[in-house]
Design a protein around this ligand. Structure first.
Ligand code: PEP
Ligand code: MG
Length: 602
């Protein structure tokens, strides 16, 4: 029987294919004890499982090295050495000799090691926590004889839908992009890292499916509708035919929108809106550069750290930034310094925190680890010789942070000079406006920074006190809340008064209705997902700024997010209808939350 699971749209597109279920989580380990005469057998089981894990890890490492490169593969060397570690095996054996079954003993020791490593003051030790977790999962699943959990064990061209609880960094590097065509996860929301990553990779994705992984098995047929946030399990032939038709229509619509990609980004009443792209992986820069974007408004550098055993060094970062710069020259490329922590792909090198979103992340971590930060700053200044590079600092709450970052920039430039390495030290330094503190002190920040970029994903989270990654709160994560609209307006006004550029690079900018609201608030620069450039440009070319200004002035006063959304939608639809045929293709984009007909059973 067909089953429809509703989730959150994370990355558009439709894929029909077999499910590849991956349970990458520590399994329940029964508290089993063993009699003295079977202890030797248990010890032998332990060593056999660890040895088998090593064999599998070598295979994974070789595949990752082929597909992703030696740096990404290095993480598996670390995991192999953990499996082979004599002290680790000895500690487990000691517990087995006290009467614990091999799996229970292994589970207890790994738990203890993880806690010990997580509390360490040594960053390298803390970086090993996620490797220990991966080893724990892999060896326990062998000891408990659970189904194979190897995420890369899929033939190329499988067109598989990867379904997992959450997509961790180590899983991300392992999966083969030629075998996986879509992603679906229990956890996550439209602004969590899985969604951002899926959009970067151009893979259709649905997240926030809550307990979907409990409802399915590998191999069953499914449809991912990333545009509407749906997962349909075991669909009927009729449903499959209908989705093939929809996939075809989506493709045609996307193609039709492409004709606006290279057009001028100017509204009907003659206002220019600069459209840039959010680029997260250097690999996608070349494709993103053909999207019609005039540069990069946000490059999230933390994705360079994904699933790595160590932070990328200066040369590697220099190469990565230079690639993006060359792809977009002569347009500007805004590169954001590490925003690690929160939901952002920690390598495992960060302490466990009770409140990671209010924790030691982003600029806070970088200022506290100046040597790590300066490696990035030096790489940025070196790459800047290839184009118009601008540096952006994340999660700023005070002017002090900007001053400290600038001092480190000066220090890092001195180091490059001493080494006689070509670089530019006069780079514009801007800040993300993503906390209420930054908005309220925007006048002071504007005096010391070259530009503002509003990160609405975090600004909504911190203004409304709504965790952006919590699926229970999705309906409360409302970017059109009057408080958020007023903060955006205030930032825009302060930036304009100080004569500095203000852009919006949060996900909000990629959605036509929200983009309409942002233009109405006075924003003249948007940075959007490369895939959304054509649609947003089409919107800009069909609307009048004056209509957006009037609509938003009312939305600011209506009191609730729902009322603001309703009002803006009415105004935008009226505006598009005036646009006549030119607005075709946009009407559908304004309302993307359309559920399909109830799923038929058969
Ligand atoms: C934001 O917060 O809106 C933003 C663009 O940054 P990120 O999504 O990477 O936190
Ligand atoms: Mg942010």
């Amino acid at each position: 029987m067909s089953l429809l699971v509703t989730g959150v749209p994370a990355s558009p597109g439709i894929v029909i294919g077999p499910v590849h279920l991956l349970r990458w989580e520590v399994p329940e380990v029964p508290a089993r004890t063993v009699p003295a005469d079977t202890v030797d057998h248990e010890v032998a089981r332990l060593h056999a499982a660890c040895d088998q894990a090593v064999v599998r890890l070598r295979k994974v490492r070789d595949r990752v090295e082929q597909h992703a490169g030696p740096e990404e593969a290095a993480i598996f060397d670390v995991q192999i050495s953990i499996c082979d570690d004599a002290d680790l095996r000895q500690s487990v054996e000691t517990l087995i000799r006290q009467g614990f079954a091999a799996e229970k003993a292994f589970d207890l020791v790994l738990l203890e090691w993880r806690e010990h490593f997580a509390r360490s003051t040594n960053a390298l030790m803390r970086e090993r926590v996620s490797d220990l977790l991966d080893v724990q999962i892999r060896v326990l699943s062998l000891l408990l004889d659970l189904p194979d959990r190897d995420p890369v064990d899929l033939p190329k061209g499988s067109n598989a839908i990867l379904i997992t609880h959450d997509l961790t960094p180590s899983l991300t590097v392992q999966f083969d992009r030629e075998a996986i065509s879509a992603i679906a996860t229990d956890a996550g929301t439209g602004t969590s890292h899985v969604a951002i990553l899926a959009r970067s990779l151009g893979l259709p994705a649905v997240v926030g499916l809550r307990d979907a992984t409990a409802k399915l098995t590998s191999g069953m047929q499914a449809i991912v509708d990333g545009t509407h946030g749906l997962l349909i399990l075991d669909p009927s032939e009729k449903r499959i035919a209908e989705y093939r038709r929809r996939a075809h229509i989506e493709l045609e619509e996307a193609r039709a929108l492409q004709r606006y990609a290279q057009a001028d980004s100017v509204t009907v009443d003659g206002v220019r809106i600069t459209l840039r792209a959010n680029v997260d992986l250097p690999d996608e820069a070349a494709a993103a550069a053909t999207s019609g974007a005039e540069g990069v408004g946000l490059m999230r550098t933390e994705f360079l750290v994904v699933g790595r055993a160590a932070m990328p060094d200066e040369d590697e970062q220099y190469e990565a930034y230079s690639r993006v710069l060359r792809a977009f020259a002569p347009h500007p490329v805004v590169i954001r310094t590490y925003d690690i922590g929160g939901d952002k792909l920690p390598v495992g090198g960060f302490p466990h925190e009770a409140n990671p979103f209010l924790g030691w992340r982003a600029i806070r971590m970088c200022l506290d680890e100046p040597e790590l930060f300066k490696v990035q700053l030096r790489a940025l200044m070196r790459a800047a010789v290839h184009g118009d590079l601008r540096i952006m600092l994340p999660l700023i709450v005070s002017v002090d942070e900007v001053r400290q970052a600038r001092a480190l920039l000066v220090e890092a430039a001195g180091e490059l000079r001493a080494r006689d390495v070509p670089h530019r030290s006069d780079l514009p330094l801007g800040v993300m406006i993503e906390t209420p503190a930054a908005v309220i002190t925007a006048d002071a920040l504007a005096k010391e920074t070259a530009f503002f970029s509003i990160g609405t994903n975090d600004l909504v989270q911190y203004t409304l006190a709504v965790d952006r990654g919590n699926i229970q709160l999705v309906k409360r994560f409302t970017a059109l809340h009057p408080a958020v609209l007023r903060l955006i307006k205030r930032t825009q006004d302060e930036g304009a008064a100080a004569g500095i550029e203000v852009s919006v690079c949060g996900e909000m900018a990629s959605q036509p209705l929200m983009a309409f609201a942002l233009v109405g608030l006075g924003v003249r620069q948007l940075s959007v997902a490369p895939r959304s450039v054509a649609a947003v440009k089409h919107l800009i070319r069909t609307m009048r700024t004056s209509a957006a200004t009037d609509a938003v002035a009312m939305a600011l006063e209506v009191g609730t997010a729902d009322a603001a959304e309703k009002l803006l939608k009415e105004r935008l639809l009226a505006e598009l209808q005036q646009g006549g045929e030119a607005a075709d293709g946009l009407l559908a984009l304004v309302d993307t939350h359309i559920l399909p007909d109830p799923v038929d059973t058969h």
